[in-house]
Design a protein around this ligand. Structure first.
Ligand code: PGA
Length: 253
């Protein structure tokens, strides 16, 4: 299975979110082999997007998750509220959240709460700031986040390798380098109890319709986290088609 995560960030209102959700549904309609699409709209659009994609194979994710189910956390959206609105996934530790103060330690607390207090599947984002540092910081970051967490046996873990310098920059990482880092991230997660079949490691950073296939064709890259290109229905559809082509060529159903 290949995963395509659309991170719409703070870009869309409700109406545009519904329109893009419909386009995402159409892109896999009728095809037996299709990637798992996860849409991450703004919190304000979660409810309408959920209604739109109900009864389809498209799933809903939040762009962040609060550090508990409920409570006195002004401005946060709790795990219970995310489940209530139909989320099955949540991004944690996106670099844009880190730029506003989140750290490996605070992300670890959110992840622990998510596993202990919800059924959401986390998408943990890690990535080095400086180009050329070989992804060592990304691996160290994941190890710090997972240090006190045993991934529960019955739960999935999605890790997104997102070099900060590649996000929104138009300069994506080279696929061969991504493969090497993805493999190190996978080993780090396996060490913390993730099970091979329930662990998916993705790449994100300036992915577009022109380069998506280069990543998707790598068996060790389980999918893509897509920002800018996920805001354009036609371009996102091309990425979906690339994922489907790869899945068909690898005769995986
Ligand atoms: P980008 O964003 O595809 O626009 O580089 C990726 C992300 O921030 O997840």
């Amino acid at each position: 299975m290949k995963y395509l995560i659309a991170n719409w960030k703070m870009n869309l209102g409700i109406r545009e979110s519904i329109a893009l959700s419909r386009a995402a549904m159409l892109s896999i309609q009728g095809s037996e082999v299709a990637p798992q699409i996860i849409l991450c709209p703004a919190m304000t659009a979660l409810h309408e997007v959920h209604k739109t994609i109900a009864r389809s194979r498209v799933a809903l994710g939040a762009q962040n998750a609060g550090p508990g189910r409920f409570g006195a956390y002004t401005g946060e959206v709790g795990l219970s509220q995310l489940e209530d609105v139909g989320c099955a996934y949540a991004l944690l530790g996106h670099s844009e959240r880190r730029a506003m103060g989140e750290t490996d330690e605070s992300i670890a607390l959110r992840l622990k709460a998510l596993y202990e207090q919800s059924n959401l599947t986390p998408i943990v984002c890690v990535g080095e700031k400086e180009k050329g540092s070989g992804g060592a910081d990304a691996v160290a970051s994941l190890m710090r986040i997972l240090r006190d967490i045993d991934v529960p046996r019955n739960r999935r873990l999605i890790v997104a390798y997102e070099p900060v310098w590649a996000i929104g920059s138009g300069t994506p990482a080279v696929p061969a380098e991504v493969v090497a880092i993805v493999e190190r991230l996978r080993d780090a997660a396996l060490d913390r109890g993730a099970r091979e079949e329930a662990l998916h490691v993705l790449y994100g950073g300036s992915v577009n319709a022109g380069n998506a296939y280069m990543y998707l064709r790598e068996p060790s890259i389980d999918g893509l986290l897509i920002g800018g290109a996920s805001l354009k229905a036609a371009e996102f559809r091309e990425i979906v088609d690339s994922a489907r082509d790869v899945m068909l060529s690898q005769t995986e159903v």
